[in-house]
Design a protein. Structure first.
Lengths: 399, 399
DNA sequence: CATGATACGTTGCCACTCTCAACAAATCAG
DNA sequence: CTGATTTGTTGAGAGTGGCAACGTATCATG
């Protein structure tokens, strides 16, 4: 338990303001005054400091039709960005994401086979090297965030086990840091998805959100509890895919029987539809369009298992929102009422009464935004821990 | 998102120090200096203020065999107490709990039948009235905490649904406040048990703890995630008892089939043993002593279902510790290795690797301590929001 | 038993941050 | 144009923790 001093007050207040304009978008100074409860003059000083740090910019007041002196608008600087990296089975995706949440660039680098750690790092580093000119002239990079489809140890970003990539105890962050020179942080992809949906998607402003994602290789999840992302002791929390939902002996990727991931699979939906491959949107469209009894039956079977897992999660966590991503969104879209009714039959009334179930909103940018948020976090926690880039001061340095 | 000012700094620092001596016991000033990172002179001022507030007392330094000037010991005042109330099916228990965690008094008032809200409030108020002389002379009461076996709405303490007591939407806190004059807060009993075990029992100092309690009337639970008690949106989180663990159609108290609470019951253990009733300790002793195959089989069956629920919780929350209370502790004690092995077979290796499963430590004082903690929380959050009792200043008031 | 080393409490001064009040500026209503 | 309203700006003020110097209590050493 740490005590605090006036330095902490300043840091915290800078942090609060930067977070507000980062997450809720541009805001007038007077709005910031109301939201933070701080004095006008304090807000002026804080915004001034953030401006000097190059993190926010003030622009002319919007034309409001209200009396009183107009208040200037504070917005995040467009130059501040983070790099997002997402290694997958068949590609490594790299993105440039602005502090304002905009995805400036997204480059998907396909690989013939699942990349090794070294390959993934090399690809990411090469793509980033290619963008370096652009990055150094037009942007200010605060760091790199990596969304990993696997278990990532919280305190050092070691990839303990990424089954679908075949990685075990991979020192990903260290390697990427050395290869690029940028500070790197890594976390589980679904956890980052939860965070992204919570701040910028379907769960905006909510404090208790569960996110479940259905991917080609399995089911992952993340939670926001009491406003904070849940990591657990070591950072492995959120593995909803391995929850027991049936008595069958079908096993999942971890060899556990009767789990959500064993019963609810993308592959079986595609098979029922007679498709070889399809992205999440195509799969959803195909399911909605199909009237085959076999497809219906398969959807119904999977939806039943999903409902067990959701009801369990609702009972245990009493969330405000459950967000479904990937092909799980399709299982929801096909018959939302039926899914809801099934969850209802297995959840406690009190908890079920306050929960909503909805599809993810951020689509293909989800993991870019989530991973970037990881990199932004250090900046948001301590805005003046990142001095403005050296080059602006270079001329002052004695030769 | 609130900004902070210097008042908040002081409040926070007072709060941090009072929490430290409340939870970890008496500490020397120099230890507080190390733990908080604050300056010696600041600690002196803060401890002085807490002393003036009558919340802590300083005593002569302990005899240490080390060089240097000895540092005085700061301990919580023995006079500061909270009242704990726990209505149950067959009794209402009232306790006096010190800020130092000691249970000064515990009075169990048995009832012939399950008490109504009014009866419970009347009993509690009467017992408290009986103690009032003692309370007002020897103690300083900060408030009342109530541990309710049911769902309690977080923001106002309304008892939404306490199935075993038959209470629905009971304004318990309001009634007890009016009847006693003390400020009252209420929460779910298992959640408070989790908190108590976390601060004063098996989970001391841990940030990620799950607590599951087996009672006569069902199974409840609570969680500490990232150091904070989990309530969910409305305060209903922690209902592990209604998690699906089997495909059977045995239903629980909420009418849901195949749940932990439906499969794992105290009643069936007692029946297998041929006992009519037994408290948690007696049940455990009887189970350990029995070599009947029928008993073994029933224990084995229940342990298997418990393992499913525990593995699910471990996968989702990646806790550091799972604490089992009530008769669930007995299911653990009978064969800890087997329970562990079964959980292991259904949990992810990474998460299982960092978890320990153990029995609750606090025994019959658990809910007293948990409920009192609820009342202490306001004091701990804002130590100088509770002025010293009026009587000491009465002579200064002009007539 | 005297001396020095060590650790810690105490004191007074300083730097920092937020608040507040007074004033200035920018808008709307009439 | 005038008044009301809202907000930025400025300078003074209060409260906080940090710090350095000094005082004090213990142990170790001879």
């Amino acid at each position: 338990m740490q005590g605090s001093s006036h330095d902490d007050v300043r840091r915290r207040n800078l942090s609060v303001i930067l977070r507000l304009v980062h997450r809720d978008g541009a805001a007038s100074r007077s709005r910031l005054t109301r939201l933070t409860g701080l004095n006008r003059s304090t807000i002026a000083a804080l915004v001034g400091e953030l401006t000097d740090l190059g993190l926010v910019e003030e622009r002319e007041p919007d034309a409001t039709n209200r009396v009183g002196r107009p208040s200037p608008i504070v917005a995040v600087s467009g130059r501040v960005v983070a790099l997002a990296v997402n290694p997958e089975i068949d590609a490594v995706t790299i993105g440039i994401v602005g502090l304002d949440g905009s995805v400036h660039r997204r480059i998907r680098y396909p690989t013939e086979r699942s990349p090794s750690v070294t390959e993934a790092v090399n690809i990411a580093a090469a793509v980033i090297e290619g963008m370096r000119g652009e990055l150094e002239s037009a942007f200010r990079v605060v760091g790199i965030g990596v969304a990993v489809p696997g278990l990532v140890r919280a305190h050092d970003g070691l990839v303990r086990h990424a089954p679908h990539l075949g990685w075990v105890d991979a020192p990903l962050t260290e390697m990427l840091e050395r290869a690029t020179g940028y500070p790197v942080r890594a976390a589980n992809d679904a956890g980052l998805g939860a965070m992204a949906e919570r701040y910028f998607g379907a769960g905006r402003g909510m404090a208790d959100v569960i996110y479940l994602n259905g991917g080609a290789s399995g089911i992952g999840g993340g939670m926001i509890v009491g406003g904070n992302a849940v990591g657990g002791v070591a950072g492995y929390a959120g593995e909803f895919g391995h929850t027991r939902v049936s008595a069958s002996d079908r096993t999942d990727s971890a060899g556990i029987a009767g789990t959500l991931e064993a019963e609810v699979t993308r592959r079986e939906l595609l098979d029922a539809l007679g498709l070889v491959s399809a992205d999440a949107d195509e799969l959803e469209q195909a399911l909605l369009a199909s009237d085959s009894p076999a497809v219906r039956a398969e959807v119904d079977r999977q939806q039943g298992h999903l409902a067990v897992a959701l009801a369990g999660a609702v009972n245990i966590l009493n969330p405000q929102l459950v967000v479904l991503g990937g092909f799980l969104a399709a299982l929801h879209a096909v018959d939302p009422e039926r899914l809801l009714a099934r969850v209802s039959s297995m959840a406690l009334g009190a908890s079920f009464g306050s929960v909503r179930i909805s599809a993810a909103e951020l689509g293909s940018n989800l993991l870019m935004i989530g991973a970037a948020e990881l990199a932004f976090e250090r900046l948001l926690d301590n805005p003046n821990g990142f001095p403005a880039p050296e080059r602006e001061y270079r001329e002052w340095v004695s030769p």
